[in-house]
Design a protein around this ligand. Structure first.
Ligand SMILES: [Zn+2]
Ligand SMILES: [Zn+2]
Length: 377
């Protein structure tokens, strides 16, 4: 049983967005692998926190969660997707950009010279099979780090100067002399105060706490081409996390999830459907309604159609994603034997059964071929 999201983030049920964000940041700071290398549970704890944050920071999801709990989210189509990340560092990268948590929280540990490209973001977009066939436009929303609007990314409260770091006097490094049994050892480390910049804002920007970045909700409209298959990704350049020091933004990957359509199975460009045809109709031949992507159409079932026989509707499948031809719809005829007969029906059946000759039921298939067909089904 997953834990209550409010409990995970340690916020009251009426917490506002900024309280939720704040609490998530605090947790992330505590669980960061640099800080927490010794805690084997840090990764799962962070995933839990990230999931709680993903739900509670999204108005729609939060409402659904408040009303129906975890199950409500599931039936509403939300499923957290943190398992695909290789390591907790990747996960932090996905949340906080290529500069990682350091950039997002202003606790730089790496030298900060040179432009750094922002991290990529992946977001899922569920669509229906019918829309996958026609092509569609979807809106996705996700959190990404962007340059802070208040300070334009330099981390200083507007109108206040950037000054030389008092800790390292501008060198970006600090040196510590440690006495060991091998003698004196001078350790050089990136300055914690300025993160290696050598310069820092005198009064940090209040909006972003001096990071120069903030996490904000992004909304992007994406054209999904006709013929797309479940799991295929659409890349949108430059819509991922913001870069640092003039570096380009990362990319957005929209992972298209095609919902199952209970009427069809998809086999590459072909679609397969099954229709029930009562045995007498299969014997006599009939016209039956067959579901297609464009709605039901009448299809002739020839007299003498056998169970499992297929009727091919050319060009009624999925369009090709690139070049190629549109797939077919394969209609599998499921011949059903009538049950719960009335006495009148039983009478008719008995007369029919009595009249059948070998000629009526003889099959052209050998025993092995029949078995193969039945077992393959
Ligand atoms: Zn700022
Ligand atoms: Zn410094």
């Amino acid at each position: 049983m997953p834990r209550d999201y409010y409990e995970v983030l340690g916020v009251p049920r009426d917490a506002d967005d900024s309280a939720i964000k704040k609490s998530f940041r605090r947790l992330a700071r505590e669980l960061h692998p640099d800080v927490n290398a010794h805690d084997p549970e840090a990764e799962s704890k962070f995933k839990e926190a990230a999931e709680a944050y993903e739900v509670l920071s999204d108005g729609e999801r939060r409402q659904m969660y408040d009303a129906y709990g975890h199950d409500g989210l599931k039936t509403g189509g939300y499923s957290p997707n943190f398992e695909s990340f290789g390591s907790i560092s990747d996960l932090f990268g996905a949340f906080f950009g290529a500069g990682g948590f350091d950039a997002a929280f202003g606790q730089g540990r790496q030298g900060r010279s040179g432009a750094i490209q922002g991290g990529d973001v992946a977001v899922a977009a569920p669509i229906d099979l019918v829309d996958a066939a026609k092509g569609t436009r979807v809106e996705v929303s996700y959190d990404a780090t962007v340059l802070c609007e208040t300070c334009r990314g330099n981390g200083a409260e507007p109108g206040t100067p950037i000054v030389t770091c008092p800790t390292c006097s501008g060198s970006g490094q600090t040196q510590r002399v440690a006495r060991t049994r091998f003698g004196q050892l001078v350790r050089t480390a990136i300055c914690d105060t300025c993160g290696g910049d050598g310069r820092m804002p005198e009064s940090p920007c209040e909006t972003c706490s001096g990071r120069g970045m903030e996490v904000s909700r992004q909304r992007v409209e994406v054209d999904v081409p006709a013929g797309i298959a479940d799991g295929q990704r659409i890349r949108i350049n430059g819509r991922g996390h913001a870069g640092e020091r003039g570096g380009p933004a990362g990319d957005l990957y929209v992972v298209v999830r095609v919902r199952e359509d209970e009427r069809f199975l998809r086999d590459a460009e072909d679609l397969i459907t099954v229709v029930d045809v009562a045995a007498p109709l299969a014997a006599l031949g009939a016209t039956i309604d067959v579901p297609t992507l464009e709605g039901p159409i009448p299809v002739d079932v020839p007299a003498g159609t056998q169970p499992g026989e297929q009727i091919l509707l050319r060009g009624r499948g999925m369009p090709p994603l690139g070049r190629g031809r549109t797939g077919d719809l394969r209609v599998v005829v499921n011949v059903t034997v009538p049950r719960r007969l009335t006495s009148e029906q039983r009478d008719l059946m008995e007369r029919l059964a009595g009249s059948l000759t070998d000629e009526n039921v003889r099959s052209d298939e050998g025993m092995i071929a029949k078995l193969k067909r039945v077992l393959a089904g």
